[in-house]
Design a binder for this molecule. Structure first.
Ligand SMILES: *Cc1c(COP(=O)(O)O)cnc(C)c1O
Length: 416
């Protein structure tokens, strides 16, 4: 690179990624092939429109790339020829969710998602998000005792509020979601069911998390979390939705129009190629093994942390992530995150359900295993990582040397 200033910073970031333990559940490490697609001259191309119907010339190969990406995305989730369409143009997860609402929900109508401080996402109707300015947000909450979804309570709430859209799928929920129950809830008030599987899409692809496609009208996902693809997103929409039939609309058509020309201009063709590559990777037997190991690792991490006296929200995990409540450690999530970062362990502070502390200084930290599992870490290393957390947060020890040592045994393939 001729730009030495930026080259130096990129190299430093690669070194940081290599030498730290990344427990952020929404991050992962892409393959060299995905990087190759992202860093290719595809970034030069304008391709407003869809394959076969573009507003610019020169899209012969881009059309093929987008067509392949879509076919592979449907195949990964077992959706070939079963009445599902996919749009692979959303720039990222947030614009994808916005596009679904724009497509299906009249402005001012109600959207019902999980409250942000309980594990929901900003785009599910939080008050600082545009989604709650254009639409009316009527969020549901978790059961205070079980810290889990209470389907009966959500159903009652939905029957009372009659939202046009119910959103399931979260950013900080360690348990499996019962999509069948959510379908019943949506049907009880005639709402669309949107599943945002951004966090667990890779687990669905790997067969270790229930698939939402049997029940949802629309499924959105980022490509860059457990799915291990580029920063981008996809919207899957059903051609057989009863709700759409009742409303006399076709979801795939409305979604395509909402993405382009409704909200976006030219798609990022390099990202779409990255999606195609990642979907191919997700079809390999090695990806099934990976997804299985991610969940196994999270389970071990949870068990070990409990042994060390940490309290976990919902008492454990069934997925790739866990939430640690630090109240009994007399420490906030921010303080814990800072202490861990000084030792080369990267986590994020997070609210816990019914958090007594303010959102900027919440009671918990959120941990996940997708990134470490990509590096090849298994049960033994998870035990080691849990011990590091205890040594830093309980004993106040410095483990930075041991952290570096562990990272060196599982190097990333990126050149710096
Ligand atoms: C990450 C995430 C998003 C947003 O994705 P961005 O690419 O960061 O915009 C949306 N919904 C859920 C549930 C997520 O976890």
């Amino acid at each position: 690179m001729k730009d030495k200033a930026i080259e130096k910073l990129i190299k430093s970031e690669i070194k940081r990624q290599n030498e730290t333990i990344n427990l952020i559940p929404s991050e992962n490490f892409v393959s060299q092939d995905v990087l190759g697609a992202l860093g290719s001259p595809l970034t030069n191309k304008y391709a407003e429109g869809y394959p076969g119907a573009r507003y610019y010339g020169g899209n012969t190969y881009v059309d093929d790339i987008e067509t392949v990406a879509k076919a592979r995305a449907l195949e990964v989730f077992g959706l070939k020829d079963v009445g599902w369409a996919v749009n692979v143009q959303p720039y990222s997860g947030s614009p994808a969710n916005l596009a679904v609402y724009v497509a299906l929900i009249p402005i001012g109508e109600k959207i019902m998602g999980l409250q942000l401080d309980m594990g929901g996402h900003l785009t599910h109707g939080h008050k600082v998000s545009f989604t709650s300015k254009a639409w009316q947000s009527v969020p549901y909450v978790l059961n205070k005792k079980t810290e889990s979804l209470d389907y009966e309570a959500i159903k009652k709430w939905a029957e009372k509020e009659k939202p046009k859209m119910i959103v399931a799928g979260y950013t900080a929920y360690p348990k499996v979601i019962d999509f069948k129950k959510f379908r019943e809830i949506a049907d009880s008030c005639g709402a669309y069911l949107m599943v945002d599987m951004s966090h667990f899409a890779g687990l669905v692809a790997g067969g270790v998390y229930p698939s939402p496609f049997k029940y949802a009208d629309v499924v959105t996902t980022t490509a860059h979390k457990t799915l291990r693809g580029p920063r981008a997103a996809m919207i899957f929409s059903s051609r057989n939705s009863k709700v759409a039939e009742g409303n006399k609309v076709e979801i795939p058509k409305l979604i395509n129009r909402a993405i382009f020309p409704g909200l976006q201009g030219g798609p990022h063709v390099n990202q779409i190629a990255g999606i195609a590559v990642a979907m191919h990777e997700a079809m390999q037997p090695s990806f099934k093994k990976y997804a299985k190991q991610v969940v196994l690792n999270a389970g071990i991490l949870a068990t070990e942390l409990k042994k060390h006296g940490f309290r976990l929200v919902g008492d454990g995990t069934e997925t790739h992530l866990l939430l640690v409540d630090l109240t009994n450690r007399r420490m906030g999530g921010g303080e814990a995150s800072d202490k861990l970062e000084k030792n080369g362990i990267i986590v994020n502070k997070n609210t816990i359900p019914y958090d007594p502390r303010p959102p900027l200084d919440p009671s918990g930290i959120r941990l996940g295993t997708p990134a470490l599992t990509t590096r090849g870490m298994k049960e033994k290393e998870m035990k080691q990582v849990a011990k590091f957390l205890k040594e830093v947060l309980v004993d106040g020890s410095d483990v930075s040397k041991e952290v570096k040592k562990l990272c060196r045994r599982f190097p990333l393939s990126y050149k710096n």
